[in-house]
Design a protein around this ligand. Structure first.
Ligand SMILES: Nc1ncnc2c1ncn2[C@@H]1O[C@H](COP(=O)(O)OP(=O)(O)OP(=O)(O)O)[C@@H](O)[C@H]1O
Ligand SMILES: [Mg+2]
Length: 385
């Protein structure tokens, strides 16, 4: 049965333990693989709890917080260190994962899989993760870099190596910039080192752009194939120098990008940043039915487009890669009418993922019926109920 096959391959947190994490002094929550609906008043700790879940995936979580920001402090109590422990089902079998402040250097976060230090790529493989929070509400009308970061997270959920390539690219780009600034000041630089950095940028950048195009095509065909639903269909496009080169001439893209970097050393040095490359790519979206760019759509339409996109991506990953991501929807239901809440519930059920949803009232999740588990959150405590 296809449904149960997807369920077996889905990443799901089955036990979550928090110590000194934000407003949680201590929490031990046992769960099953079904979606989790968290409800409770403002300031109870719902977003903090899903943030802890987002810490199980690669990166810095859904608030992009540093290690010290999440340590419990304030009137509720002070914790010297913090930790998130999880038992989870993954596409690669059951695992235990622990992340927390490094006791030797609490400003740093340390993550261990089965007690052994792990890598971002390994986390991305075990915990493909997609989240939508109120922060993403302004995604279409906000800065280009936020859209690209959002899209890169979608890419990472399907291609665990994407983050490593992006880090390698950024590192080489920063180092190149340092050398270009030295050149600009008339200081001597090792030109062979500069060539090597540009070769690295070209190699990692091409891999990044390729992964983005693969993800975009998979996502677009999923959107195209989906039946009409409460969430509008988007037409997506990536406009970037390297993505354009890849479409034009896959084989020569890397070499041409390296040559371009060499040609633009002076300009990039003077500008203080690399003016060309996959860090400058733009994700464009149009509301198909309205034939309007996403940024010009109403607030509700923009949000529905984004939800449609996230759900299509989750469905594509579940179907094509056989591993549904953990999907976090912080405060998604509050702004949806009944039809859209039902649409969200049935899309999540069809993906078969462990979605995490938050809302101020249990009643917001009525459309989810019996297929979910409820957690009541209040003042840094969370219990099944
Ligand atoms: N490092 C920290 N230590 C202690 N408390 C913190 C820390 N960071 C945030 N908090 C507090 O945790 C509380 C819960 O925050 P959270 O964002 O999880 O609330 P919420 O349940 O999502 O509320 P809302 O419905 O308003 O979104 C807030 O009062 C917040 O100030
Ligand atoms: Mg919240």
């Amino acid at each position: 049965m296809p449904g149960s096959w997807i369920m077996n391959r889905t990443s799901a947190v089955t036990r979550l333990k928090l110590t000194g994490f934000r407003n949680y002094a201590w929490l031990d929550l046992a769960l099953d693989a079904r979606p989790v609906c968290l409800f409770g008043p403002n300031g109870a700790g719902k977003t903090n709890l899903v943030e802890a879940v987002s810490f199980l995936g690669p990166g810095r979580g859904l608030r992009a917080a540093g290690s010290d920001a999440v340590r419990q402090r304030g009137a509720g109590g002070e914790a010297p260190v913090w930790a998130v422990h999880a038992e989870a089902e993954t596409a690669h079998g059951p695992v235990t994962l622990a992340t927390g402040a490094d006791p030797d250097n609490p400003a740093r976060r340390k993550t261990r899989l089965e007690g052994v230090a792990t890598t971002q790529t390994q986390l991305a493989r075990l915990f493909p993760m997609i989240w939508l929070t109120p922060r993403e509400d302004r995604l279409w009308a906000g800065p280009r870099s936020d859209r690209l970061r959002f899209f890169d997270r979608l890419v990472l959920a399907g291609e665990p190596g994407h983050g490593t390539q992006a880090n390698a690219y950024d590192k080489a780009m920063r180092e190149r910039q340092r050398l270009l600034e030295r050149m600009d000041e008339g200081l001597s630089v090792d030109l062979s080192w500069l060539d090597a950095l540009e070769a690295k940028m070209a190699e990692a950048g091409t891999a990044m752009a390729r992964a983005r195009l693969v993800a975009l095509n998979a996502l677009q065909s999923e959107i195209n194939d989906r039946p009409a639903s409460a969430f509008p269909k988007a037409d997506l496009a990536l406009s970037g120098y390297l993505e354009g080169l890849l479409v034009e001439d896959e084989g020569a893209a890397q070499t041409r990008f390296a040559a371009r970097l060499k040609d633009t050393r002076r300009k990039d040095g003077a500008a203080g940043r690399a003016l060309t490359g996959p860090h400058r790519t733009e994700l464009e979206a149009r509301h198909r039915e309205k034939d309007q760019v996403a940024a010009d759509c109403s607030t509700g339409e923009q949000k529905a487009l984004l939800l449609g996109l996230a759900l299509a991506h989750g469905a594509a990953l579940a179907r094509e890669r056989g591993a549904a991501p953990v999907m976090i929807f912080d405060e998604a239901c509050a702004h949806l009418d009944v039809d859209r809440r039902e649409g969200l519930a049935s899309a999540i059920a069809a993906i078969g993922c462990q979605a995490w949803l938050t809302g101020v009232e249990k009643g917001l999740f009525e459309a989810f019926g019996e297929g979910v588990q409820y957690v009541s959150v209040e003042a840094g405590q969370a219990v099944r109920g």
